[in-house]
Design a protein around this ligand. Structure first.
Ligand SMILES: Nc1ncnc2c1ncn2[C@@H]1O[C@H](COP(=O)(O)OP(=O)(O)OP(=O)(O)O)[C@@H](O)[C@H]1O
Ligand code: SF4
Ligand SMILES: [Mg+2]
Length: 340
């Protein structure tokens, strides 16, 4: 990715901070896909990222790992604790050194993250040796550590599993291998993009539990992208709500879920509230669909679907809140608490 603006900000991150994203702005081709995305994550903190399909969640996560397409024009800054440079505009060589070590990722589909022609134990071992400096573990020690990691993520008979190729494992087992790779270097931040969606429902809870235990035991922070708001309520302390490539609301999960202020958040929560659906009735939905990239209205991007929109909403609402970690951007916020 290329930087659109020279970065002059200092790259020191306060000690409790793992990640500081400021004004992240992404354009691909003629589409402006992320707008001024600003948030931070503290050490050991678990932050959920929610929003309908196409809201910009995956682009945000890819930006954190320097995995945006080459033709993406990226502005703003992404600063990780312990990394002495801004990741926006960093060279691929520097990004590769950070990826898998300070920040690691678990994607939705484990097959895309694994090499189909390599035994899984070797893949975990390679994740260890690739970042090992002089004096780090040799191949043999890395293989032994790989088996330990496969054991930690709950693979039965880890020594045998290490010799398997990805296609010989189930989807849930493959995602455990991906998790073992992601945790191999004790990253300070784990980014999970719908990590359990592709799995059988009975396996989802187990893998989720392993992810949470994996980050907790390392005191690692986590950014967790999901459509499943009950998972956010269970796993995360804070939540960011995205729509149209913008963070429209942010705050502690309890506050946002109990008292959403942005009309989009309110709609999203109502649409996922199974308890509110009347028997035989229909689940509330947000009317319309997410516009295609480039087709969002000016002003508030949600106004083409919002029942509370007024003339005022043709102007962009300002962020209302003490800081980027808590607040919302809506001209006519909701006030009432949701029934819990
Ligand atoms: N490489 C790309 N080139 C052009 N547009 C892209 C590219 N990647 C994503 N987009 C567009 O950017 C917008 C945000 O995409 P993104 O993948 O971040 O959505 P998402 O919130 O992760 O959705 P989902 O929940 O479906 O995964 C979408 O409109 C998508 O079409
Ligand atoms: S700013 Fe206006 S259009 Fe946007 S969510 Fe709030 S009320 Fe709806
Ligand atoms: Mg996505």
């Amino acid at each position: 990715m290329s930087a659109v603006a020279a970065q002059t900000r200092p790259t020191d991150v306060p000690s409790a901070r793992v990640l500081d994203v400021e004004g992240l702005d992404v354009r691909i081709g003629r589409h402006h896909l992320l707008h001024d995305v600003t948030f931070s994550i503290d050490r050991g903190e678990r932050v959920g990222l929610i929003g309908e399909s196409g809201s910009g969640k995956s682009l945000t996560s890819l930006a954190l790992l320097g995995l945006l397409p080459d033709d993406a024009a990226v502005g703003g800054s992404i600063r990780l604790a312990g990394v002495g440079r801004d990741l926006v505009g960093a060279r691929e060589r520097d990004l590769a050194a950070v990826r898998g070590r300070e920040v690691a990722m678990v994607f939705q589909e484990p097959m895309t993250a694994l090499n189909p022609t390599m035994r899984v134990g070797d893949q975990v071992a390679e994740a260890i040796t690739v970042h090992a400096g002089r004096g780090g573990p040799d191949r043999r020690a890395a293989r032994a550590r790989a088996v330990e990691l496969l054991d930690q993520v709950g693979l039965p008979d880890p020594a045998d599993a290490a010799k398997a190729y990805p296609h010989q494992l189930s989807g849930g087992q493959r995602q455990r291998v991906v998790l073992a790779i992601a945790l191999a270097n004790d990253p300070a931040l784990l980014v999970c993009d719908e990590p359990t969606t592709a799995l059988d429902v009975t396996v989802q809870a187990r893998v989720l539990d392993l992810i949470v235990r994996g980050v907790e035991s390392r005191d690692a922070a986590m950014l967790f992208i999901t459509h499943d708001l009950s998972v956010v309520a269970t796993v995360c302390e804070r939540v960011l709500v995205m729509y149209g490539g913008r963070v429209v609301e942010a705050g502690p999960v309890d506050d946002v879920f109990r008292r959403p202020r942005h009309r989009y958040t309110q709609g999203l929560l109502a649409a996922s509230d199974l308890a509110a659906a009347s028997p035989g009735g229909r689940l509330p939905t947000i009317r319309g669909t997410v516009p295609a990239a480039g087709a969002f209205p000016d002003g508030c991007v949600f106004r083409s679907r919002c029942d509370h929109a007024t003339q005022e909403c043709a102007t962009t609402p300002a962020w209302t809140g003490p800081d980027p970690g808590k607040g919302f951007a809506c001209h006519h916020p909701a006030h009432e608490e949701r029934a819990s």
